[in-house]
Design a protein around this ligand. Structure first.
Ligand code: CTP
Length: 160
């Protein structure tokens, strides 16, 4: 493995004073990085997460939650349908492949199937998958962008 090359990766390294020793291998460039999420009403918090994840590897694969999984996870259907969410993610320069995440429990299978060696998530997921997936990939939770989320955006629009 080589050191990260991009400016994003370098910036991330210098800002990440909270990264644990066990996560240091995440800072070495990986071949395939994987991440998961709903990506409904695509916003800047999503874009920053995806750019940072992509900067840690040669390709970024995104598992986008099915509509049914989103209902199970968040108690509501996404505003944008699954095909719309997939189409938008596929158009992003930092995303190399998109697949449908049907089940939260299948993360291990998706990681192995995609050949990912690093799973990156926002820190709202901290501690959720570390031990469960430790034998198949490195799990790195990075800081979320403050003050923005799909839920907050929906609330802002619907309460005005
Ligand atoms: N994310 C982030 N910063 C934000 C919002 C999301 O880094 N402000 C990250 C999440 O941690 C996750 C990915 O983006 O790794 C996809 O998150 P998703 O759940 O689709 O977006 P949210 O805006 O958090 O959606 P919701 O409000 O419906 O929970």
């Amino acid at each position: 493995p080589t050191q990260p090359r991009s400016a994003d990766a370098q910036r991330f390294r210098s800002q990440s004073s909270t990264v644990k020793a066990s996560q240091m291998t995440a800072l070495v460039e990986h071949d395939t990085v994987i991440t998961f999420g709903t990506y409904d009403l695509l916003h800047v918090g999503h874009i920053r997460l995806l750019k940072r994840a992509r900067a840690m590897g040669k390709r970024l694969v995104v598992g986008v939650s099915s509509d049914a999984l989103n209902v199970a996870k968040k108690g509501r259907a996404p505003v944008y349908s699954l095909p719309e969410r997939i189409e938008m993610l596929q158009e992003l320069r930092c995303v190399d492949k998109v697949f449908v995440e049907e089940s939260l429990e299948a993360k291990r299978d998706y990681v192995l199937r995609e050949g990912a060696t690093l799973l990156v998530m926002g820190d709202d997921w901290a501690g959720r998958f570390d031990s469960e997936l430790a034998d198949v990939c490195t799990v790195l939770c990075i800081p979320r962008t403050e003050s923005i989320s799909t839920t907050a955006t929906i609330e802002r629009i619907t309460t005005k």
